[in-house]
Design a protein around this ligand. Structure first.
Ligand SMILES: Nc1ncnc2c1ncn2[C@@H]1O[C@H](COP(=O)(O)OP(=O)(O)O)[C@@H](O)[C@H]1O
Ligand SMILES: [Mg+2]
Length: 256
C-alpha cells in the first residue's frame, strides 16, 4: 500500500514560478499542480513560455523565482521525464528497433521490450529499417516509443506533431490518445492547436502571451475509451469545449 504521503504527492508542482532570460520575462508567475495520470495540454501563443515551462519541469533550467517539484523532489535533468520534441532527433545510424533498444539499455531495462513498444506505436513492420527510410510521422512514432522506453514517470511533449501534415497528425493524435490511456503516464503536451488540445487532453491550460500566465484551466470530461475518434469529435460537448478554449486563446490576443 502506498504511504499517505506518496499517494498525495503531485506528479508536478509548480509554485509561484517566474522565469527571466536576462531582462526578458519569459514566463509567469504561475502555479500549476498536475496529479499523477493526468494528460495536461498547454496552449498558448508563440513565445509565451511553453517550452520554458517544460524545460523547468524537466530540470534543464532552474526558475528565476518559485519552485518546481516532480514527484515531490526537484527535477533531475535527463532523469525525471521522457521528452518528445517537434523534431524526432533519432540516431540515423541505428535501425528503428535499434533506437528503441538503445533507449531501453540507457534506462537499464531489458532490450527485448523493444518489440512491444514498437507494436504499441504501430511500427512493428518497420523495426529493421533505418530511421531515414521511414516517413516523418513514423519517425515521430519512434520518438514517442523511445520516450516510453525511458520509463520515466512523466512524459513531456513539446509540439511533437507541429511539423506533420494534417492527416498524419490526426492519426498520431488518435494513437497517442489510446497509448496514453493504456499507459496512464502523466503527460504534459504543448500545442498551438485548440482541436488537438481538446482531443488529447484530460485537462487543458491556456497561457497568456509572454510572460505566460494561466488564463484558463479546464478539465476535459470526455470519454477516453469505448468511443471512436470520429464519434468523439462529433460530440456536442467536444464542440463546446473547443469553443470555450478557442475563445480564451483568441481573447488573450494569441496572435501567433
Ligand atoms: N535561452 C533563451 N535566451 C533568451 N531568451 C529566450 C531563451 N529561450 C526563450 N527565450 C525567450 O523567452 C520567451 C519564451 O520562449 P519559449 O519558452 O520558447 O516560448 P514558446 O515555447 O511558448 O514559444 C520568448 O520571448 C523567447 O524569445
Ligand atoms: Mg516552444
Amino acid at each position: 500500500m502506498p504511504s499517505a504521503e506518496s499517494a498525495g504527492t503531485p506528479a508536478v508542482a509548480v509554485a509561484d514560478v517566474a522565469h527571466r532570460y536576462g531582462d526578458v520575462v519569459a514566463l509567469g508567475p504561475l502555479d500549476l499542480t498536475v496529479p499523477p495520470g493526468e494528460f495536461l495540454v498547454l496552449v498558448g501563443a508563440s513565445g509565451c513560455g511553453k517550452s520554458t515551462l517544460l524545460r523547468l519541469i524537466a530540470g534543464f533550467e532552474r526558475p528565476t523565482t518559485g519552485t518546481v517539484l516532480t514527484g515531490g523532489v526537484p527535477p533531475i535533468p535527463g532523469r525525471g521525464a521522457g521528452l518528445v520534441f517537434q523534431q524526432p532527433r533519432l540516431f540515423p545510424w541505428k535501425t528503428v528497433g535499434g533506437n528503441i533498444e538503445l533507449a531501453l539499455r540507457y534506462a537499464g531495462r531489458p532490450t527485448d521490450g523493444a518489440d512491444a513498444l514498437l507494436h504499441r506505436v504501430g511500427l512493428q513492420d518497420v523495426a529493421k529499417r533505418r530511421t531515414w527510410q521511414i516517413s516523418g510521422g513514423q519517425q515521430q512514432r519512434v520518438a514517442i516509443a523511445r520516450a516510453l522506453a525511458a520509463d520515466r514517470p512523466l512524459l513531456l511533449l513539446d509540439e511533437p506533431f507541429a511539423a506533420l501534415d494534417a492527416l498524419t497528425r490526426e492519426r498520431l493524435q488518435e494513437d497517442l490518445r489510446s497509448v496514453s490511456t493504456a499507459t496512464g503516464r502523466t503527460s504534459i503536451f504543448v500545442t498551438h492547436s485548440v482541436d488537438e488540445a481538446v482531443f488529447l487532453g484530460s485537462r487543458v491550460v491556456v497561457l497568456s502571451p509572454r510572460p505566460g500566465r494561466i488564463v484558463l484551466d479546464l478539465p476535459i470530461p470526455l470519454p477516453r475509451t469505448g468511443i471512436t475518434p470520429d464519434d468523439l469529435r462529433g460530440l456536442p460537448e467536444y464542440a463546446a469545449l473547443r469553443a470555450e478554449i478557442g475563445h480564451a486563446v483568441r481573447s488573450e490576443g494569441a496572435s501567433a
